[in-house]
Write a protein that binds this ligand. Structure first.
Ligand SMILES: COc1ccc(C[C@H]2SC(=O)NC2=O)c(OC)c1
Ligand SMILES: [Zn+2]
Length: 262
Protein backbone atom coordinates (compact mmCIF):
# COMPACT_ATOMS: atom_id res chain seq x y z
CA UNK A 1 0.00 0.00 0.00
CA UNK A 2 1.02 3.64 0.31
CA UNK A 3 2.80 2.80 3.59
CA UNK A 4 6.55 3.15 3.14
CA UNK A 5 7.95 1.87 6.42
CA UNK A 6 11.60 0.82 6.38
CA UNK A 7 14.80 0.93 8.40
CA UNK A 8 16.04 4.39 7.37
CA UNK A 9 16.32 7.71 9.20
CA UNK A 10 12.87 8.90 8.12
CA UNK A 11 10.84 5.66 8.14
CA UNK A 12 12.62 3.43 10.64
CA UNK A 13 11.49 1.55 13.79
CA UNK A 14 11.20 4.73 15.90
CA UNK A 15 8.68 6.14 13.37
CA UNK A 16 6.52 3.03 12.91
CA UNK A 17 4.09 3.99 15.74
CA UNK A 18 2.76 6.84 13.54
CA UNK A 19 1.15 4.38 11.12
CA UNK A 20 1.04 1.25 13.32
CA UNK A 21 -0.32 1.88 16.81
CA UNK A 22 0.61 -1.67 17.91
CA UNK A 23 4.24 -0.47 17.97
CA UNK A 24 3.69 0.48 21.64
CA UNK A 25 1.65 -2.64 22.48
CA UNK A 26 2.03 -5.00 25.44
CA UNK A 27 3.55 -7.97 23.59
CA UNK A 28 5.96 -6.47 21.05
CA UNK A 29 9.06 -8.14 19.60
CA UNK A 30 11.99 -8.44 19.59
CA UNK A 31 13.14 -8.35 23.22
CA UNK A 32 16.40 -8.53 25.15
CA UNK A 33 16.56 -12.03 26.69
CA UNK A 34 18.01 -11.61 30.19
CA UNK A 35 19.02 -15.19 30.79
CA UNK A 36 19.06 -14.90 34.59
CA UNK A 37 15.44 -13.70 34.56
CA UNK A 38 14.14 -16.56 32.39
CA UNK A 39 12.06 -19.31 34.09
CA UNK A 40 13.02 -22.96 33.45
CA UNK A 41 9.79 -24.85 32.65
CA UNK A 42 10.36 -28.62 32.90
CA UNK A 43 6.98 -29.34 31.29
CA UNK A 44 8.04 -27.64 28.03
CA UNK A 45 8.33 -30.32 25.35
CA UNK A 46 11.24 -30.53 22.90
CA UNK A 47 10.77 -28.75 19.58
CA UNK A 48 9.90 -31.29 16.90
CA UNK A 49 10.83 -30.16 13.35
CA UNK A 50 9.42 -32.17 10.41
CA UNK A 51 10.79 -30.53 7.29
CA UNK A 52 11.84 -33.58 5.28
CA UNK A 53 8.96 -33.44 2.80
CA UNK A 54 9.28 -29.67 2.35
CA UNK A 55 8.74 -28.01 -1.03
CA UNK A 56 10.67 -24.78 -1.33
CA UNK A 57 9.45 -22.60 -4.18
CA UNK A 58 11.45 -19.41 -4.57
CA UNK A 59 13.92 -16.98 -3.09
CA UNK A 60 12.92 -13.32 -3.18
CA UNK A 61 14.00 -9.84 -2.14
CA UNK A 62 10.89 -8.10 -0.77
CA UNK A 63 12.63 -4.79 -0.10
CA UNK A 64 12.94 -5.54 3.63
CA UNK A 65 14.74 -8.90 3.69
CA UNK A 66 15.59 -11.96 1.59
CA UNK A 67 13.03 -14.72 1.97
CA UNK A 68 12.61 -18.37 0.87
CA UNK A 69 8.95 -19.39 0.44
CA UNK A 70 7.44 -22.84 0.89
CA UNK A 71 4.38 -24.64 -0.38
CA UNK A 72 2.03 -24.65 2.63
CA UNK A 73 -1.04 -26.44 1.23
CA UNK A 74 -0.75 -29.37 3.65
CA UNK A 75 0.99 -30.45 6.86
CA UNK A 76 4.10 -31.90 5.22
CA UNK A 77 6.41 -29.22 6.65
CA UNK A 78 5.57 -28.46 10.27
CA UNK A 79 6.99 -27.66 13.65
CA UNK A 80 5.41 -29.29 16.74
CA UNK A 81 5.99 -29.54 20.48
CA UNK A 82 7.63 -26.88 22.58
CA UNK A 83 4.81 -24.75 24.05
CA UNK A 84 2.71 -25.28 20.91
CA UNK A 85 -0.76 -26.87 21.18
CA UNK A 86 -0.98 -27.43 17.42
CA UNK A 87 1.36 -28.22 14.52
CA UNK A 88 2.41 -24.99 12.76
CA UNK A 89 3.11 -25.00 9.00
CA UNK A 90 6.32 -23.54 7.56
CA UNK A 91 5.48 -20.59 5.29
CA UNK A 92 8.84 -18.88 4.74
CA UNK A 93 12.17 -18.09 6.28
CA UNK A 94 14.16 -14.86 6.08
CA UNK A 95 17.02 -13.04 7.75
CA UNK A 96 17.94 -9.80 9.56
CA UNK A 97 21.55 -8.59 9.59
CA UNK A 98 23.83 -5.62 10.33
CA UNK A 99 26.26 -3.44 8.40
CA UNK A 100 28.97 -4.95 10.60
CA UNK A 101 29.21 -7.95 12.92
CA UNK A 102 28.62 -5.94 16.12
CA UNK A 103 24.92 -5.59 15.23
CA UNK A 104 22.22 -7.22 13.12
CA UNK A 105 20.12 -9.53 15.29
CA UNK A 106 16.66 -8.48 16.47
CA UNK A 107 16.64 -10.35 19.76
CA UNK A 108 19.62 -9.77 22.06
CA UNK A 109 20.92 -11.91 24.93
CA UNK A 110 21.98 -10.04 28.07
CA UNK A 111 22.39 -6.96 25.85
CA UNK A 112 24.56 -8.79 23.29
CA UNK A 113 23.65 -8.40 19.63
CA UNK A 114 24.62 -11.06 17.09
CA UNK A 115 25.64 -10.31 13.47
CA UNK A 116 22.25 -11.58 12.29
CA UNK A 117 19.13 -13.62 12.96
CA UNK A 118 17.23 -16.27 10.95
CA UNK A 119 13.43 -16.43 11.29
CA UNK A 120 11.52 -19.55 10.25
CA UNK A 121 7.88 -18.44 10.04
CA UNK A 122 5.08 -20.97 10.69
CA UNK A 123 1.28 -20.60 10.91
CA UNK A 124 -1.51 -22.45 12.75
CA UNK A 125 -3.37 -24.14 9.91
CA UNK A 126 -5.21 -26.39 12.40
CA UNK A 127 -7.17 -23.36 13.61
CA UNK A 128 -7.04 -20.78 10.80
CA UNK A 129 -7.98 -20.98 7.12
CA UNK A 130 -5.10 -18.88 5.77
CA UNK A 131 -1.72 -17.45 6.69
CA UNK A 132 -3.16 -13.92 6.54
CA UNK A 133 -5.93 -14.83 9.00
CA UNK A 134 -3.41 -16.52 11.31
CA UNK A 135 -0.99 -13.57 11.09
CA UNK A 136 -3.39 -11.41 13.15
CA UNK A 137 -4.54 -14.07 15.65
CA UNK A 138 -2.97 -14.31 19.14
CA UNK A 139 -1.99 -17.99 18.59
CA UNK A 140 -1.68 -17.70 14.83
CA UNK A 141 2.08 -17.81 14.24
CA UNK A 142 5.18 -19.50 15.60
CA UNK A 143 8.58 -18.12 14.61
CA UNK A 144 11.68 -20.23 15.24
CA UNK A 145 14.59 -17.80 15.59
CA UNK A 146 18.27 -18.70 15.23
CA UNK A 147 21.13 -16.26 15.92
CA UNK A 148 23.83 -15.96 13.24
CA UNK A 149 27.42 -15.99 14.52
CA UNK A 150 30.60 -15.68 12.39
CA UNK A 151 32.93 -18.64 12.33
CA UNK A 152 33.36 -21.56 9.95
CA UNK A 153 31.63 -21.48 6.54
CA UNK A 154 28.15 -23.07 6.71
CA UNK A 155 27.88 -25.60 3.86
CA UNK A 156 24.06 -25.85 3.77
CA UNK A 157 23.66 -22.05 3.93
CA UNK A 158 26.25 -21.78 1.13
CA UNK A 159 23.64 -22.76 -1.46
CA UNK A 160 21.55 -19.78 -0.32
CA UNK A 161 24.38 -17.23 -0.07
CA UNK A 162 25.49 -18.32 -3.57
CA UNK A 163 21.98 -17.56 -4.89
CA UNK A 164 21.76 -14.03 -3.45
CA UNK A 165 23.19 -12.46 -6.64
CA UNK A 166 19.90 -13.45 -8.36
CA UNK A 167 17.81 -11.30 -5.98
CA UNK A 168 19.98 -8.22 -5.43
CA UNK A 169 17.12 -5.77 -5.98
CA UNK A 170 13.68 -5.20 -4.40
CA UNK A 171 10.86 -7.27 -5.97
CA UNK A 172 13.23 -9.74 -7.62
CA UNK A 173 12.51 -13.47 -7.33
CA UNK A 174 14.19 -16.66 -8.52
CA UNK A 175 13.39 -20.37 -8.43
CA UNK A 176 14.85 -22.05 -5.33
CA UNK A 177 13.81 -25.72 -5.13
CA UNK A 178 14.62 -28.59 -2.77
CA UNK A 179 16.06 -26.50 0.04
CA UNK A 180 15.48 -28.24 3.38
CA UNK A 181 15.91 -25.61 6.12
CA UNK A 182 16.47 -28.21 8.85
CA UNK A 183 20.06 -28.10 7.56
CA UNK A 184 20.26 -24.57 9.01
CA UNK A 185 19.42 -25.67 12.57
CA UNK A 186 22.11 -26.24 15.19
CA UNK A 187 22.47 -29.65 16.86
CA UNK A 188 21.12 -28.37 20.17
CA UNK A 189 17.49 -27.21 20.08
CA UNK A 190 17.44 -25.69 23.60
CA UNK A 191 15.20 -22.61 23.37
CA UNK A 192 13.66 -19.63 25.10
CA UNK A 193 9.98 -18.97 24.44
CA UNK A 194 7.68 -15.99 24.99
CA UNK A 195 4.54 -14.42 23.51
CA UNK A 196 5.34 -11.60 21.09
CA UNK A 197 4.71 -10.00 17.74
CA UNK A 198 5.77 -9.55 14.15
CA UNK A 199 8.97 -7.48 14.18
CA UNK A 200 7.89 -5.45 11.16
CA UNK A 201 4.67 -3.59 10.40
CA UNK A 202 1.84 -4.40 10.84
CA UNK A 203 3.41 -5.59 14.15
CA UNK A 204 0.50 -7.99 14.87
CA UNK A 205 0.73 -9.58 18.35
CA UNK A 206 0.33 -13.06 16.91
CA UNK A 207 3.70 -14.78 17.42
CA UNK A 208 4.79 -17.50 19.82
CA UNK A 209 8.56 -17.00 19.72
CA UNK A 210 10.97 -19.91 19.97
CA UNK A 211 14.54 -18.55 20.13
CA UNK A 212 17.29 -21.17 19.97
CA UNK A 213 20.14 -20.67 22.42
CA UNK A 214 22.72 -22.18 20.00
CA UNK A 215 23.62 -20.00 16.96
CA UNK A 216 24.10 -20.94 13.32
CA UNK A 217 27.77 -20.33 12.42
CA UNK A 218 28.64 -18.88 9.00
CA UNK A 219 31.79 -17.33 7.52
CA UNK A 220 32.53 -13.61 7.23
CA UNK A 221 32.38 -14.03 3.42
CA UNK A 222 28.87 -15.45 3.72
CA UNK A 223 27.85 -12.54 5.97
CA UNK A 224 29.28 -10.10 3.39
CA UNK A 225 27.08 -11.67 0.67
CA UNK A 226 23.94 -10.58 2.59
CA UNK A 227 25.31 -7.03 2.53
CA UNK A 228 25.48 -7.04 -1.31
CA UNK A 229 21.66 -6.96 -1.45
CA UNK A 230 19.74 -3.71 -1.96
CA UNK A 231 16.58 -2.32 -0.28
CA UNK A 232 15.89 -0.48 -3.54
CA UNK A 233 14.68 -1.63 -6.94
CA UNK A 234 17.03 -1.94 -9.94
CA UNK A 235 15.36 1.03 -11.63
CA UNK A 236 15.76 3.33 -8.62
CA UNK A 237 18.59 5.84 -8.88
CA UNK A 238 19.79 5.72 -5.28
CA UNK A 239 20.95 2.19 -4.47
CA UNK A 240 20.73 1.66 -0.70
CA UNK A 241 22.43 -1.54 0.51
CA UNK A 242 20.23 -3.91 2.48
CA UNK A 243 21.72 -3.98 6.00
CA UNK A 244 20.67 -3.06 9.55
CA UNK A 245 17.17 -4.40 8.70
CA UNK A 246 16.45 -5.15 12.36
CA UNK A 247 14.04 -3.70 14.95
CA UNK A 248 15.70 -3.03 18.32
CA UNK A 249 14.50 -4.76 21.52
CA UNK A 250 11.10 -3.65 22.86
CA UNK A 251 9.80 -3.35 26.47
CA UNK A 252 9.05 -6.70 28.13
CA UNK A 253 5.95 -5.21 29.88
CA UNK A 254 5.80 -7.90 32.54
CA UNK A 255 6.10 -10.89 30.23
CA UNK A 256 7.89 -14.04 31.38
CA UNK A 257 10.45 -15.67 29.13
CA UNK A 258 10.53 -19.45 29.68
CA UNK A 259 13.55 -21.66 29.08
CA UNK A 260 13.41 -25.28 27.91
CA UNK A 261 16.78 -25.92 29.59
CA UNK A 262 18.47 -25.34 32.93
C1 LIG B 1 1.41 -9.72 7.50
O1 LIG B 1 2.16 -10.81 7.95
C2 LIG B 1 3.50 -10.66 8.11
C3 LIG B 1 4.21 -9.50 7.82
C4 LIG B 1 5.62 -9.48 8.00
C5 LIG B 1 6.29 -10.60 8.44
C6 LIG B 1 7.79 -10.61 8.60
C7 LIG B 1 8.26 -10.03 9.92
S1 LIG B 1 7.67 -10.94 11.30
C8 LIG B 1 9.20 -11.52 11.73
O2 LIG B 1 9.41 -12.32 12.62
N1 LIG B 1 10.17 -10.98 10.97
C9 LIG B 1 9.75 -10.15 10.02
O3 LIG B 1 10.52 -9.59 9.26
C10 LIG B 1 5.55 -11.72 8.75
O4 LIG B 1 6.28 -12.78 9.21
C11 LIG B 1 5.57 -13.61 10.12
C12 LIG B 1 4.18 -11.78 8.58
ZN1 LIG C 1 12.05 -11.62 10.84
Amino acid sequence: GHHCWGYGEENGPSDWYKDYSLANGDRQSPIDIQSEQTVYNSSLKPIWVSYDACTSLSICNNGHSVMVEYEDCDDKTVIRGGPLEFPYRLKQFHFHWGGKDSRGSEHTVNGKSYPGELHLVHWNAAKYKSFDEAASAPDGLAVLGVFLETGEKHSVLHRLTDALYMVRFKETKAQFKDFNPSGLLPDCLDYWTYRGSLTTPPLHESVTWLMLKEPLYLSEKQMEKFRTLFFSGEEEGLRTRMMDNFRPPQPLKGRTVEASFR
